[in-house]
Design a protein around this ligand. Structure first.
Ligand code: SAH
Length: 478
């Protein structure tokens, strides 16, 4: 962040506006909306400012700017003249007295910048691009305008009206927060949006009277976070991630995805690197139960899909046995994500009529699979956790009749900026891997479909970082 966003109280405080043209008029309106005691200094005034002066809304000094106009009691200053010499003079004086100064369209001279503002009084949304592009800020504001109905202001009024009453009823901040979340997302909000204010207040009062003050049981959301690219999250995953106050996550969950959880949520790392389990599975299971019992809404974030080699089933078995409510949100599993981003369709009418997902890492450390079945033609086999066992997998497939010319692909960190795809054949893949050892996690794809990559590869990992920014932006807009 280049600028720290704050909202300043300038009600009845003297603020100085240097300049009397169109731009200055717009700034004057903003300052007046926030209740400023506005002093304008300019040789001439544009009609809107003239009107404000005539109605006694502003104070006006009808002359060029003088250093003595900047006095220590000013809350802030905006210089909006087309003359850089005058603007510079204002900046120097303001900085000498440590008064916040903004020069319109000159971010380098400013000690604060004015955001693009969405006004849903008392709700105010300020958008800034750090001075990079006021036009982009305005476009974002326009998007927000369509997302945030004008009635949000009325919703905020209800919050103000009942705030003390709700506070008195719920002394526990967590229960209080939950009550408000229910109100602001449920029937009360619906009524406010449809203009039925009295009805809305009645429902709120009923809910308040009926609410149980004891800390209710929380809930666990078992959420599939997909293979890495935050853009591949589902809407439901994102919504629950932003609702949960505790996040329990695995190593496979990308930092960019973790950043989309609520900022004030507590994050607990549950680990699970090969051989370096930070927490044992049983401990994770009982942690989830304990957290939900303490009233938390816990998002259990897992890489890919929670029900595909994710031990998600075991975790919710414990929850179900303990009577803890839970929801499961599917995610894009590594095989789908990696195959799509590598340009390898997992099935194809000419090459593969079925696809099998197998784990190359079994409970007891062996790879004891049905090799006869996995070696049949006309199918695609995807090995998860396959890198360590690659030599064994290769050996077993060849022994069971798969030709050494069979195309294969090893996808490293698929869908992320570090995605790398090594292609070859069952015969030569070990050499290719030795030449350029991939970083985990990797996925091993075996089948004729791999040859399609030559024509269908589309994803360029280097452009991914930009896409992440877009994903974050979109998330802010949701
Ligand atoms: N539940 C997860 C799988 C967990 S098992 C899912 O549905 O995807 C962990 C294995 O998944 C890794 O060892 C690796 O084989 C695979 N994997 C997960 N994310 C991956 C990625 N971005 N790129 C390549 N392989 C990945």
């Amino acid at each position: 962040m280049d600028y720290f966003p704050i909202f300043i109280d300038i009600r009845k405080k003297p603020c100085l506006l240097v300049g009397g043209g169109e731009v200055a008029s717009r700034k004057a309106n903003l300052l007046l909306n926030a209740g400023a005691d506005l002093i304008v200094v300019a040789p001439k005034l544009a009609p809107p400012l003239q009107k404000l002066w005539e109605t006694g809304t502003i104070r006006y000094l009808a002359r060029p700017f003088l250093d003595t106009d900047v006095t220590a009691d000013l809350s802030l200053i905006i210089a909006a003249t087309p003359h850089s010499a005058v603007n510079n003079q204002v900046v120097n004086r303001a900085k000498a007295l440590n008064i916040p100064i903004n020069v319109v369209d000159h971010p380098s001279d400013c000690s604060f910048i004015v955001p693009s503002i969405l006004d849903r009084y008392p709700v105010t949304v300020a958008v800034s691009t750090g001075g990079a592009s006021p036009v982009l800020a305005r476009l974002i504001r326009a998007r927000l305008e369509s997302l945030i109905p004008a009635a949000y202001g009325r919703l905020a009024d209800i919050c103000t009206k009942y705030r003390e009453q709700v506070k008195a009823k719920f002394r526990n901040t967590e229960t209080r927060r939950r009550f408000w979340e229910r109100i602001l997302q449920g029937g009360v909000a619906d009524r406010v949006f449809s203009g039925h204010m009295q009805d809305a207040e009645k429902v709120l009062e009923q809910s308040l009277a009926a609410a149980d003050n004891s800390l209710e049981m929380g809930e666990v959301y078992l959420v599939g976070a997909g293979p890495g690219d935050p853009d591949l999250l589902t809407f439901r995953a994102l919504r629950l991630m932003q609702q949960a106050d505790v996040v329990v996550y695995d190593r496979l969950v990308a930092p960019a995805i973790l950043d989309l959880t609520r900022r004030d949520a507590k994050r607990i790392y549950a680990g699970k690197e090969r051989q370096h389990h930070v927490m044992r599975q049983e401990d994770i299971n009982s942690l989830l139960t304990k957290l939900a019992r303490a009233g938390h809404r816990v998002v259990r974030l897992k890489g890919g899909d929670p029900f595909i080699f994710g031990r998600g089933g075991e975790e919710i078995e414990t929850l179900a046995a303990e009577g803890v409510p839970f929801q499961v949100v599917p995610g894009i599993t590594a095989a789908s994500g990696c195959a799509a981003y590598a340009g390898i369709p997992l099935t194809h009418r000419d090459y593969a009529q079925s696809v099998t997902f197998v784990t190359g890492h079994l409970k007891d450390g062996t790879i004891n699979l049905n090799w006869t079945q996995l070696s049949q033609p006309q199918q695609t086999v995807v090995f998860y956790m396959g890198l360590v066992g690659l030599a064994v997998i290769r050996h077993n497939l060849i022994t069971n009749g798969v030709p050494t010319t069979m195309p294969v692909a090893l996808v490293q960190q698929g869908t992320t900026p570090s995605q790398k795809v090594i292609t070859g054949t069952l015969g030569n893949i070990m050499d290719a891997v030795a030449l350029d050892p991939p970083q985990p996690p990797t996925l091993f794809i075996v089948g004729e479909v791999v040859t399609l990559r030559d024509r269908l590869a589309w994803f360029e990992p280097s452009s991914q970082s930009q896409r992440c920014v877009v994903a974050e932006m979109r998330n802010e807009l949701l």
